[in-house]
Design a protein around this ligand. Sequence first.
Ligand SMILES: Nc1ncnc2c1ncn2[C@@H]1O[C@H](COP(=O)(O)OP(=O)(O)OP(=O)(O)O)[C@@H](O)[C@H]1O
Ligand SMILES: [Mg+2]
Length: 360
Amino acid sequence: MIDQSSATTTGAVKLSCRNLWKVYGSKLDYYFDTSGYSIDVDSLAARMRAEGHVPAAIDVSFDVHVGEIFVIMGLSGSGKSTVVRCLSRLVDASYGKVLLDGDNLLAKSPKELIEVRRHKMGMVFQNFGLLPHLSVMENVAFPLKLQGKPLLEQRQKAERVIELVGLQGREYALPGQLSGGQQQRVGIARSLIVEPDVWFLDEPFSALDPLIRRQMQDEFLRIQRVLHKSIVFITHDFLEALRIADRMAIMRDGKVVQIGTPTDLILNPADEYVARFTSEVPRIRLLKTAACAVPANGDASTMPQVAAEEPVENLISKLAAHPDGVAVHDTTGADLGIVTPASLIKSLAALGQDNTHVAS
Ligand SMILES: Nc1ncnc2c1ncn2[C@@H]1O[C@H](COP(=O)(O)OP(=O)(O)OP(=O)(O)O)[C@@H](O)[C@H]1O
Ligand SMILES: [Mg+2]
């Protein structure tokens, strides 16, 4: 059942939002008319606040490409969940556009929208949102039950996604009999059973302890390598973003303050707020092994071999044991040179001055 049709990242835009606003409050119509708003964004948001309204998403625009993991980060209350709820139309945006495959979701009727949500969108929430009296199998199959699919199809598809998330053998357990990590696997399986085009995950791992969290990130990346979904993933944790994001947006008080790769944000933060998120990230995490390689002076064939994508952190113990260096090869086996303690230190020192040395 697994949809492989979009198995490559084409770079095409899957989902976009344009000038998206969500304002909580009553009688908001007068802020927007068909031609938009006549005063600048900050003044309008200030006016809304002064008049007792909550502008939770302010003029938010970004694109999510096919097969991309797009992460949204920001402090609590900065509007992350609001944006993702507007994208899926769990809440109605006050203004702007949400385009899925070029089609404006905000213009759809409630009936059309239910169809889009049931067939094209998968959602995973922080608190799992499982039905406690239903088994793993029944929880996972639930979206297909809502679609009125035959029992056999529900079961077969549920078995596939349960296996995909590594829960085979626990099909008949109740959520209360599972660990937090296992419960979130059920949430993930349930969100994938409809074979969604776009996958929304709102802090899916933040209720989990750090070790399980890391394991779930690996699982998530493994699943994404198979499925190539277009993903919007919310997190509070920059290290999580660094591990999983292709690109990310940082939100502050309802606005997007910067969009870029995690490395862009670390090396060129737009302001102090962004810099605070990234300040804890060890710079060594940004380096790729290949970026530390230098040409070998002599015969490198007797040196230990490492892959170009090996995390640089792993090289330290290898270099301690082999101070002459290690030989680097890419996935095709091509010789990329060697990494020595000196070349590694030089590349680390260059970080921040020469962005071509870092992972993108
Ligand atoms: N239903 C609502 N009515 C009024 N205000 C709301 C409502 N939902 C959210 N807000 C406000 O909108 C702002 C953004 O909330 P949102 O839940 O999007 O933040 P968040 O970035 O997801 O935060 P967290 O990290 O805590 O989940 C907050 O000020 C919040 O109080
Ligand atoms: Mg939230």
